[in-house]
Write a protein that binds this ligand. Sequence first.
Ligand code: DGL
Length: 251
Amino acid sequence: MKIGVFDSGIGGLTVVKSLLEHQLFEEIIYFGDTARVPYGSKDKSTIIRYAIEAVEFLKNFKLDLIIVACNTVSAYALDDMREVSSCPIIGVVEAGVLATSNILEDKDSNILILGTKATIKSKAYEIGLHKLKFTNLHAKETGLFVPLVEDDIYDGEILEATFRHYFDKSTSPDAIILGCTHFPLISDALHKYFKEDTTLIHSGDAIVEYLEKNFELSNKYKTPKIEFFASENPDALKSVAAKWLNLEETI
Ligand code: DGL
């Protein structure tokens, strides 16, 4: 299977990391819209327009499947993308909702949803979780984590101050949905700030679970071919990919 992974920028590499760990695909085309990131502060019509343009770009590669790694795009644009796409498209929000419900048996579990301004405004996670009868939901826009992670800040004083800015000390979630591509990179710091046993829902792992359930895949592609494309400065994307994914060389 040859798949495309689309994100607003570099963050979707956290999803690629999960895909590579599970060796699910033979060929991966990654496209990051680095010229126009962040999407999380944009409005719905702009996000949909950009997402449709990404589908048009990915049509050049004759893909079997497109994975939308970006939570913001997954929250708003999947239906519109599917209308113009000739291959199936799946997004991380639905996968994250299902992963949450597979992990949490108690429907009263206290679930904290983190995401960009647009993702939180969409209420996409709440709508999905409500359908599965979860009621104790709290959502918080935490967009400042995006530039911090892009600046390689995964712990330390600035991040801790940002946690204090966003979270009341009395907040004690059973689970946190990392509803943004960048947030898995601050998992350790989140565990330190909240409780070590707080369940973190990671979009990459959730999409792997979703794929394994819904598609017939085998875990045999140890060295998939992976190509990176960006709408601006592809070399910067490739160098982050080499670092985050431990790739020796990137195309
Ligand atoms: N990729 C985006 C997301 O997962 C975060 C960065 C952005 O705002 O574009 O929501």
